[in-house]
Ligand binder design. Structure first.
Ligand code: AMP
Length: 214
């Protein structure tokens, strides 16, 4: 089964994708994660993408679609894909159709996480993660049990995304409304869109998504 998780930045796509990986053995294809890895590794794609990402703008359709193509080439057809943060433009949605056909796959569901934008700004600007194992935390909602020490691995190093400032977050939301939301009507015509309330507790959202996939 292949699905798209859609929703503005901070809607919980990454968190829910990780749950789907654990519960259903699917594979998370996050273009944001792939781009951050490229930036960290200093690859040509990473060098090109860094300033664009820091400003909350979109990297080119070609670059992100090539990243997805490479992942689909590397994974087996029997493993379901969760597209997380891709497609983000009408161009990417078209490219994804081409890639799915090329790899003999098809889209089963587009799940949109619906959220309140003001609450999202608080969610995003407060988030941080363990620099060692990546475990996610939040200033208000989820501090480590012992201050300054990762619950999962004991590391004392944490990091924040450079694009998680309020100004950039508001801009990323604007980009979501103007560039990404317009891809929904096309999927609606195919009858594969389901909306889920993304403001509920993480487990409730997971339950709603599991019910769609069942
Ligand atoms: P994310 O982790 O999904 O919030 O992505 C972080 C940043 O990476 C975005 O603000 C964009 O600059 C870039 N990015 C991630 N995915 C895409 C995509 N599908 N198309 C264009 N840019 C992307």
């Amino acid at each position: 089964m292949d699905i798209i998780l859609l929703g503005p930045p901070g809607a919980g796509k990454g968190t829910q994708a990780q749950r789907l990986v654990e519960h259903h053995g699917m594979r998370q294809l996050s273009t944001g994660d792939m781009l951050r890895a490229a930036v960290k590794a200093g690859t040509p794609v990473g060098i090109k993408a860094k300033a664009i990402m820091d400003a909350g703008e979109l990297v080119s359709d070609e670059i992100v679609s090539e990243l997805i193509d490479a992942e689909l080439t590397a994974m087996g057809k029997e493993t379901g894909a969760i597209f997380d943060g891709y497609p983000r433009t009408e161009g990417q949605a078209e490219m994804l159709d081409g890639l799915l056909a090329k790899h003999g796959r098809s889209l089963d569901h587009v799940i949109e996480l619906e959220v309140n934008e003001d609450a999202l700004v608080e969610r995003i600007t407060g988030r941080f993660s363990c620099a060692n194992c990546g475990a996610g935390y939040h200033d208000t909602f989820k501090q480590p049990k012992v201050e300054g020490v990762c619950d999962e691995c004991g590391s004392t190093e944490f990091k924040r995304r450079p694009d998680d400032t309020e100004e950039t977050v508001r801009h990323r939301m604007q980009v979501y409304r103007s560039e990404t939301a317009p891809i929904l009507p096309g999927y609606e015509k195919r009858g594969i869109v389901t909306r889920v309330d993304g403001m509920g507790a993480i487990d409730e959202v997971t339950g709603a998504i599991d019910a769609i996939l069942a």
